[in-house]
Write a protein of this length. Structure first.
Length: 467
């Protein structure tokens, strides 16, 4: 899970660096390890990236040093490759097509095989990310223009990718044939005339609304959009056999104000909460969310049951999302720092807590303990997704099955492990009903083990060069 952003404006129409900065701000929840952008002034590309949050990586002086009306940006959460500056994106390469920058959200399941092949052909790698394979593949088609080379490269890729690519005078966006990760297209209009000032690509529509841009549509699975002075062109580089949009985007990753496949994430999460309430009725005094990703589902649960909705846990917003920090110690420490109970809501009450998921179980156990310490009479843990049983190989940092508590414990054991009075998971059927998208258009592999793209085991080996 990373966030990507791209903007193409006519010369002098927009300050691409400052709009990319705002776009990355809106996508910050998708990755907090590093942030970066590459900007073109029409002649050359300039790059700035560092470890840390967007606000720490960029300031006014840096933005002012990045003039131009074309840019791409990236916020990173590592899935392959260590969490270090060498793996921060965008990646910038100089090849027969001039300077080319690339930012990637997703995970290539054949990255290691491709990297071996490229290395044998003489390619040199400077990072340990799978994304560098893509830029090397593009560079390898030396006689083709960027557009053709990108299509030829895309045909070699397996796994998930939402890519934004920047050249001196061109912005390209593409999505893998299954559409596992999201990418949408928007337009920034001149207020008075409605003339298009810039086209924007972003992982989530919340980055468009942040800029006052209009949502046009999603980039389709297997589609590449090319934006240059001639306008916007769409090219289908892969036929659509089936789709496999990540259902977890609805459950956890995406921001509630985002629209995915025409559905508002907040509304989907409320529907999930209502279905969950119907599947396992409970007698309780108050419904509280695990902040903040359980909020929408808890609202739906409370509305369906008539049990009052309250805020019972306060999140310190200055601590990152625990799930996406890579080291276990950081996760545990993060949970303790970030959560505080509201005692007046909790004391003496039978409390229903709605959480989006249980991946490792760390957060749930700490949360239940905090609620008991605050005087909860009963704690009923309701999970707005099915048991997370299988590792994700398409861009989520849960690639070791042993880390998934549901893969090695029954729900009853997990209930005891986290210290709740009861524990209820949403059924997969209930999830699909709430999302309202046919199952064959979604990836739900972490719940049902049905991987839409064959997975190479070596992507998971710690000693692998891409680990
Ligand atoms: S395995 Fe799960 S988290 Fe990974 S892409 Fe599929 S639904 Fe999303």
């Amino acid at each position: 899970m990373c966030g990507v952003f791209g903007i193409f404006g006519g010369p002098g129409e927009v300050n691409a660096a400052s709009l990319t900065y705002m776009g990355l701000y809106a996508l910050q929840h998708r990755g907090q390890e590093s942030a970066g952008m590459a900007v073109s002034d029409g002649d050359s590309l300039q790059l700035h990236k560092e470890m840390g949050l967007t606000a720490n990586v960029f300031d006014e002086e840096i933005i002012n040093r990045l003039p131009g009306s074309l840019a791409i940006g990236h916020v990173r959460y590592s899935t392959t490759g260590e969490s270090s500056i060498i793996n921060a994106q965008p990646l910038l390469a100089h090849c027969s097509k001039g300077a080319v920058a690339l930012a990637h959200n997703g995970n290539l399941t054949n990255a290691q095989e491709l990297r071996r092949e490229l290395e044998l052909g003489g390619s040199v790698f400077q990072t340990t990310t799978d994304s560098e394979v893509v830029i090397n593949l593009i560079a390898r088609f030396g006689k083709d223009d960027l557009q053709t080379a990108t299509i030829r490269a895309a045909k070699r890729l397996r796994g998930s990718y939402a890519l934004v690519i920047l050249a001196r005078d061109k912005l390209i966006g593409l999505r893998d044939p299954l559409g596992i990760r999201p990418l949408c297209l928007g337009r920034l209009a001149d207020g008075a005339a409605g003339r298009t000032k810039a086209y924007i690509l972003a992982s989530e529509s919340c980055a468009l609304s942040n800029l006052g841009a209009e949502f046009l549509r999603e980039v389709e699975p297997g589609e590449m959009v090319v934006i240059d002075q001639a306008g916007l062109r769409s090219i289908k580089f892969a036929s659509r056999r089936r789709q496999a949009f990540c259902v977890f985007e609805y459950i956890y990753f995406a921001r509630p104000d985002t629209f995915l496949a025409g559905k508002n994430v907040h509304e989907v999460r409320k529907a999930i909460g209502a279905v969950l309430a119907g599947e396992a009725p409970v007698e309780a005094d108050v419904v509280i969310p695990a902040p903040d990703s359980g909020t929408s589902a808890a609202m739906g649960f409370a509305a369906a049951t008539g049990i009052p909705f309250e805020i019972g846990l306060i999140k310190n917003r200055y601590v990152g999302r625990t799930f996406i920090q890579p080291a276990q110690e950081a996760r545990e420490l993060g949970v303790r720092i970030k959560l505080n109970p509201v005692e007046s809501v909790i004391r003496g009450r039978r409390v229903v807590v709605i959480d989006d998921s249980i991946v490792r179980g760390t957060t749930s156990a700490t949360m239940v303990r905090l609620l008991r310490e605050a005087g909860a009479r009963e704690v009923h843990l309701y999970i707005a997704s099915p048991p997370y049983l299988h590792p994700c190989y398409y861009g989520i940092d849960t690639s070791q099955a042993g880390e998934l508590v549901a893969a090695t414990h029954t729900p009853a054991e997990i209930r005891d492990l986290v210290g709740a009075d009861t524990l209820h998971y949403l059924s997969l059927q209930g999830l699909l009903r709430a999302v309202g998208t046919p199952g064959q258009k979604l990836c739900a592999a972490c719940f049902n083990g049905k991987y839409p793209v064959p997975v190479q085991q070596e992507v998971n080996l710690p000693e692998a060069s891409l680990a």
